[in-house]
Design a protein around this ligand. Sequence first.
Ligand SMILES: [Zn+2]
Ligand SMILES: [Zn+2]
Length: 149
Amino acid sequence: MIFEGGCYCGNLRYRSEGEVLGRGQCHCRECQYSSGGSPNMIMAMPSEGFTYTRGKPTGHTRDDLDVAVTREFCAKCGTHVLIRVPPMPSMVMLRVGTLDEPDLFGMPDMAIFLCDKRIFHVVPEGVPTFDKEDDVTREAVERWAGGSN
Ligand SMILES: [Zn+2]
Ligand SMILES: [Zn+2]
């Protein structure tokens, strides 16, 4: 599949090609900061099929964590476009709201970091949930990365 998307102001555009590796609903505290309070919807795509077709992102990586993700943003409007996760270098996590057609996401196949879930967060019925970082990482690596890299 081919997905196209970009930031709110149009400064940043991307193209993502390949098989969807996973669809997640992330409740972690960091996602709450960047989303405005709700969980984030993320779609794992092969990193080799991802390219920015317009603009260059700025990135942020916390330096106080052993394994910190890198979040890439539009430097102009601040839209957070994707997440790179060190244990899973073969994939990028697209933020579904930046897709030109967000409905192509469908529904999440897992809800993660339930340890940080707020009382106003809703997990769709039947979606498997994972509490803690270790479980999330192991499960996501097994399910999404299929053992590669
Ligand atoms: Zn922008
Ligand atoms: Zn998160």
